[in-house]
Design a protein around this ligand. Structure first.
Ligand code: ADP
Length: 489
């Protein structure tokens, strides 16, 4: 969904405003970083984030508009001259710098940098600029239609304009976001010198601004992009998750046949067997956003806090406008019988479990974009009613890997590392690694343990590389065998 409107002659498009607001609850969302603006504005941007205030959680809209490029810092020599001055101490220090004394140089440059920062903050760094006409500048900009009011402040000698508005989290709507974009553009227009625009022409005529979540460029080594192909062993589990992904991606086929896609998946098994990895890989297979909710995010020491948190999590979930996989990691502490006692803590957990069940009942009808996965290390502790009622209609056991599966995990992890790190002239693994032998030797270990075995070898090699300036052999069978023995202790 895209909102679009006209402002001062420009076309503004806001892509998925609901998602931008939902995402801002988790991490700050930066908008308009790459847009270009008319002179004298060099840079502008809008950040939407989340904050706690005494009156409750709010969405914070913060815009910054700068009329100077970021690269006009004073020269180092000029700063030194200012810091050192003409008195005897200054002259002495200058001599030492000239003689190449590293400590004096560091101290003087450090003082210089701090002084420049302080000057900039006080707006004293451009003494020849005409004094800013603060009376003429508004302290508040408001958009009456959306009821949004932003405070305006000026910094760095008037070359930086900041707008800031807060909206209670429960009240925030895409209209607030649109209003903030309008205020930002209004501030940009206000900075233009009078008489600049041709008479009758709107100040932003012909421009187009796209307000969208920018995808953060991914580093090759990131573990975020996990696919089902990277999972070693667990062939039946991977097959089942692929089926679920198909049902999720083809709602029309499901509807035609009156079939219902799974709405909740409970994965259980010992720690380190890949439950979290499988959830990420499923999200990836579906093409869904991944939202992980950890238990501490829910549990709150204040009376009623936990209930509020879980309600808020589901309220947000109803608003997700893109397919989203919600992972409740190690959720046994909440969906289990653990809280069956009569004390206050148990009652709080029971209340949260009650809300969770209630919300799960109609979440999927309310928002077909969402799929929920919960993981637990203690399946026997999980409340049966959650499973019986169809809230978690798929139960998947993720066991510890057997010999063949561990061989498979070694094979996939080694192939992945080589694919990411090897390049012409750099070989990471020696030829003739006996994967089956490694699978046998690592008896009783999980995927997470095998990852640790490899991590230790990588670290040892890197340290050796650093010490010797690159005189290291590739990782050998013996290195891996030693690391397995080492991890066993
Ligand atoms: P769990 O959620 O079951 O505790 P994780 O998914 O956090 O386990 O596993 C930790 C790491 O171990 C994963 O990120 C992955 O790198 C590795 N891992 C675990 N099991 C497997 C597997 N079957 N295949 C490949 N890697 C695995």
């Amino acid at each position: 969904m895209t909102d679009s409107f006209q402002f001062a002659g420009a076309t503004v498009e806001i892509v998925e405003p609901g998602t931008i607001l939902a995402a801002a609850r988790v991490n700050p969302v930066e908008l308009l970083r790459r847009a270009t603006f008319p002179e004298p504005v060099r840079r502008a941007g809008l950040t939407v984030s989340s904050a706690e205030t005494p009156d409750g959680p709010v969405h914070v809209f913060a815009a910054e508009i700068s009329t100077v490029a970021g690269d006009d810092l004073p020269q180092r020599d000029r700063i030194r001259a200012v810091v050192l001055g003409n008195d005897p101490v200054g002259v002495l220090l200058a001599k030492r710098i000239a003689a190449g004394d590293p400590i004096t140089t560091r101290i003087v440059d450090g003082v210089g940098t701090a002084a420049v920062a302080a000057y900039k903050k006080l707006g004293l760094d451009r003494p020849n600029d005409p004094p800013p006409q603060r009376e003429a500048r508004p302290g508040v900009l408001a958009d009456a239609a959306a009821g949004l009011q932003a405070t305006v402040s000026y910094d760095a000698g008037g070359t930086l304009v900041r707008l800031r508005a807060e909206v209670p989290r429960d009240d925030v709507t895409p209209e607030h976001l649109a209003a903030m974009v309008k205020l930002l553009l209004q501030a940009v227009v206000d900075l233009q010198p009078p008489g600049e625009a041709t008479l009758g022409e709107e100040p932003l005529a012909g421009r187009r601004f796209v307000v969208a979540r920018e995808t953060i460029p991914k580093v090759a080594t990131t573990t975020q992009e996990v696919t089902l192909d990277q999972v070693g062993g667990l062939a039946a589990v991977v097959g089942e998750l692929r089926q679920i992904a198909v049902s999720f991606r083809h709602p029309e086929a499901m509807a035609r046949w009156g079939a219902r896609r799974p709405q909740g998946i409970l994965m259980y098994g010992p720690p380190g067997t890949g439950k979290t990895m499988l959830s990420r890989a499923l999200a990836n297979e579906i093409g869904a956003d991944f939202r992980e909710i950890r238990t501490p995010e829910i549990l709150d020491k204040w009376l009623g806090g936990s209930e509020r948190n879980i309600k808020q999590i589901f309220r947000d979930a109803r608003r997700y406008r893109v397919p989203t996989l919600m992972l409740f990691d190690e959720f046994d502490s909440i969906i289990s019988y653990a809280g069956s006692g009569g004390d206050a803590a148990s009652q709080a957990i029971n209340a949260v479990a009650g809300i969770f069940k209630q919300e799960m009942n109609d979440l999927i009808e309310a928002n077909p974009n969402v799929i929920v996965v919960a993981t637990t290390n203690f399946p026997h502790r999980v409340d049966d009613s959650l499973i019986r009622s169809g809230r978690f209609d798929v139960k998947i056991s993720v066991p510890k890997p057997d010999d063949t599966s561990r061989t498979e995990i070694f094979r996939k992890m080694i192939a992945q590392l080589a694919a990411v790190h090897e390049r012409p002239g750099f070989t990471m693994f020696a030829d003739g690694i006996d994967l089956a032998a490694l699978g046998g030797l690592s008896h009783g270990m999980t995927g997470a343990d095998i990852k640790e075995v490899l991590r230790r070898v990588q670290l040892a090699k890197a340290m050796q590389d650093a010490r010797t300036g690159g005189l290291v052999d590739p990782i050998s069978q013996a290195d891996l065998v030693a690391s397995i023995a080492d991890l066993r202790g």
